[in-house]
Design a binder for this molecule. Structure first.
Ligand code: GDP
Length: 369
């Protein structure tokens, strides 16, 4: 494995999910007061000191739906910003069953054995619907979960994809502040989740199945547009030839697909997460890609753009939510919806009417909202 040259009490409390069994003794020796809320200074101190339980609590804070918790988390992340940005941020996607957890487990253990500190996060849109998370689950990565250099956090389980992504982004910054130098963000290709993960990572790796024919049909254009590297997994035993054919087909497909970076020819590799074959090569390709981006100054620019887009998407989400639930605008929204659906009013005029009233309401110094 190549060595890289870079170096409260909150309902629902999910911090137990991230307490690494390897550190269970620490947690038992120093039980955290369940009902006492920690200040941001205490949280920041614990996080930078590598206190895993405190990191878990900070993430729980960021995942909370209570506005005061969210504000506290935002301030905490701001406080920790100087300690962030030092990790390799790698997105990993693939359909269920492609071998993501096997891949992350094996790769993660190798990296953690190599003295890297590895965090695994997940963006799982299905968890928004089911309330449960299938990704980043410790039981799927039993060895990595018990490794003292690893930290696994399942996907936040409620909210929209945008909400899940916001929380995962904050978690990413928190784990960076805690000194994790490799962050793997896992996702399944549901909805826009790949784009969302590509927007928070430096390099996006797509794992594919060896049965190319069907697979090629199913590949979404959106996925290939954000992919940096493709690895056809399960290239072992009877699957080797099929995997090689799949890789050749994918290489051809990549020539005609629009990509996120015209200067980059997406490498297509084969590997086996089960046997470990070629995993080193896949990881080396990932690190080379990130180092090239860093050396050319592109990484810095890309991260700045990502941060700005994140800010704007939060503003858009928040504005829209405020507008939709603004009690003074509600009756007008209802009226406009009725008039638009009955064909009495043009959508353009209705939109303007709603916006005018909302902006007037919020611009006025004596508004009572
Ligand atoms: P995920 O749903 O993408 O996380 O996939 P898993 O890692 O849970 O793997 C799904 C199944 O594929 C499991 O039975 C794994 O043992 C198997 N699997 C994963 N990687 C490989 C591989 O490289 N080769 C083979 N033959 N099987 C694999």
């Amino acid at each position: 494995m190549p060595n890289l040259d870079h170096q409260s009490d909150l309902p629902p409390d999910r911090s137990h999910l991230s307490v690494n069994p390897a550190n269970a003794d620490d947690a038992a020796a120093k039980p955290l007061p369940r009902r006492r809320q920690l200040s941001n200074d205490q949280l920041a101190k614990g996080i930078t000191a590598g206190d895993r339980a405190i990191l878990g609590r900070a993430i729980t804070l960021a995942e909370s739906h209570k506005p005061q918790h969210q504000r506290q988390a935002e301030q905490l992340v701001t406080q920790l910003m100087p300690q962030t940005g030092n990790a390799l941020r790698v997105g990993i996607t693939g359909v269920p069953g492609v071998g993501k957890s096997t891949f992350i487990e094996r790769l993660g253990v190798t990296l953690a054995d190599d003295n890297h500190r590895v965090a695994v996060l997940a963006v799982d849109p299905s968890s928004s619907i089911t309330g449960g998370s299938i990704l980043g689950d410790k039981t799927r990565m039993a060895k990595l979960a018990t490794h003292p250099n690893a930290f696994i956090r399942p996907s936040p389980s409620a909210g929209t994809l945008g909400g899940v992504a916001k929380k995962t982004r904050e978690t990413l910054l928190l784990v960076e502040a805690a000194g994790y130098d490799i962050v793997l963000v896992e996702t399944v290709g549901v909805g826009q989740s790949e784009t969302v993960v590509a927007e928070m990572t430096d390099c996006f790796l797509a794992l594919m199945l060896p049965n190319a024919g069907d697979e090629l049909q199913g590949i979404k254009r959106g996925l290939l547009e954000v992919t940096d590297i493709i690895a056809v997994n399960k290239a072992d035993a009877d699957n080797i030839t099929a995997a090689q054919h799949a890789a050749a087909d994918l290489k051809r497909a990549m020539h005609v697909m629009p990509r996120k970076d015209n200067n980059w020819q997406v490498p297509v590799l084969t590997c086996s997460a089960r046997t470990g074959d070629n995993l080193t090569e896949v990881w080396q390709t990932v690190t080379t890609r990130i180092h090239d981006l860093r050396n050319s100054g592109t990484l810095e620019k890309r991260r700045r753009k990502q941060a700005l887009r994140w800010m704007w998407s939060l503003i858009e989400d928040q504005l829209l939510t405020t507008l939709k639930y603004d009690q003074h605008t509600q009756p007008l929204i209802q009226q406009m919806e009725n008039e638009v659906t009955s064909g009495q009013r043009a959508p353009t005029a209705a939109a303007r009417t709603v916006l005018d009233q909302f902006l007037h309401q919020h611009a006025s110094p004596d508004n009572n909202s």
